[in-house]
Design a protein around this ligand. Structure first.
Ligand SMILES: Cc1ncc(COP(=O)(O)O)c(C=O)c1O
Length: 359
């Protein structure tokens, strides 16, 4: 077995001199906790979405929890979400005491299946959490028709649109994550955004307990620091350039994979893709007893760190069945390194390895 000395990581943040300057300015200011930079970052993100406002919090998971609390969702309520997603939407729902109703995905897009979501509605349904996975908007038009409040989870998708509407502008609330590997990286961090001032105000009150008029047991310390906010704001200025590079890389991978047994990301009519991840499906690995994991380890031996894009669908943690598309995605989906900082040499190495491993 040959192993290579350096591995091309699956993700790598794009940090430049301007990011260093912005964070150094905060460090030198003597004010590094939540302060003016957080306010500026909130304004910058609200402007980016053209929404009334945003409230910065400590993570995307915290943003989801506070979005649910802002809608006063709690015990006895149900929240619909796809099974094929990281645990954050389920965890947030548990924390507010509501019940998560898992539904399957559309295998073509990896996003929540609107028909399955519609069929899961009961008289207790209070919200649908809509993660836009891997950079592709979910079918917001069909989801909106269900008539249940949507919480758009933009942790993986910013700056793209569905039927001409930018993601993050359709739901009653939108949440973002600024974790180290996300489209905008602040190390950690999240935000809740909305056009409804009353919802934003409630999130703001729940984010911190200092100075509150009453003791609310669901308020906590979920603040973001100015240090994180300065980094996020500095990255926001480069988001368009990040997207351009991501689209260029995605086009290069499509060319490489055109003659291989791989299903490249689909982009349904009326939607644009931001390629937070380049996730391919390899239907043939289902017949291999070692499957996807053996392919991932062969790529690792060649110095390429690829990953399953979702570690484990939620229904498998919870021992539920009836999610054939999520199961198939779990068996066959592979995420290839794609991020703005990937060098041309690294891209060539990845392309060569894919050709070799998939031949
Ligand atoms: C779709 C989605 N929602 C929410 C989150 C949670 O974000 P955070 O890691 O900032 O808590 C993530 C993070 O991986 C995510 O991918």
């Amino acid at each position: 077995m040959t192993t290579v000395a350096t591995i091309i990581p699956h993700s790598r943040p794009a940090i430049d001199q301007e990011d260093l300057r912005a964070t150094a300015e905060v460090l030198c200011s003597g004010q590094i906790s939540q302060g003016p930079w957080v306010k500026r970052f909130e304004g910058g993100m609200a402007g980016f979405f053209s929404l009334q406002g945003g409230v910065a919090v400590s993570s995307g998971t915290a943003a989801l929890e506070l979005a649910l609390r802002a809608l006063r969702i709690g015990a006895g309520d149900e929240v619909i979400m796809p099974s094929y997603v990281c645990p954050a939407p389920w965890l947030a729902t548990q924390r507010v005491g509501a019940e998560a109703r898992l539904v399957d995905i559309d295998l073509n897009t990896f996003n929540i299946d609107p028909l399955a979501a519609c069929q899961a509605v009961t008289n207790k349904t209070r919200a649908i959490i809509v993660p836009h996975l891997f950079g592709l908007p979910a079918d917001l038009t069909a989801l909106e028709r269900i008539g249940i409040p949507l919480i758009e989870d933009c942790a993986q998708t910013l700056g793209v649109s569905e039927q001409g509407r930018p993601v993050g502008t359709v739901g009653r609330l939108t949440v973002c994550s600024f974790y180290a590997t996300k489209l905008l990286c602040a190390g950690e961090g999240g935000m809740v955004l909305s056009n409804e001032g009353a919802l934003l105000e409630r999130v703001r009150l729940l984010r911190e307990y200092d100075g509150a008029a009453t003791l609310d047991p669901s308020s906590f310390n979920l603040k973001l620091t100015d240090l994180h906010a300065a980094l996020g704001l500095s990255q926001l200025a480069r988001l368009a350039a990040f997207h351009e590079r991501r689209r260029f890389l995605a086009a290069a991978y499509r060319t490489t994979l055109s003659s291989k047994a791989a299903v490249c990301p689909s982009v349904p009519p009326g939607r644009t893709h931001g390629y937070y991840r380049f996730v391919i499906r390899l239907p043939h690995v289902q017949t291999d007893p070692e499957g996807l994991m053996s392919l991932i380890s062969r790529l690792e031996q060649q110095g390429i760190h690829c990953r399953k894009p979702v570690f484990r669908p939620l229904h498998r943690y919870l021992d539920q069945s009836g999610f054939p598309n999520s199961d198939e995605a779990d068996r066959t989906a592979l995420s290839i390194p794609l991020y703005p900082d990937l060098t041309d040499d690294e891209v060539r190495q990845i392309q060569q390895s894919l050709v070799q491993v998939l031949s």
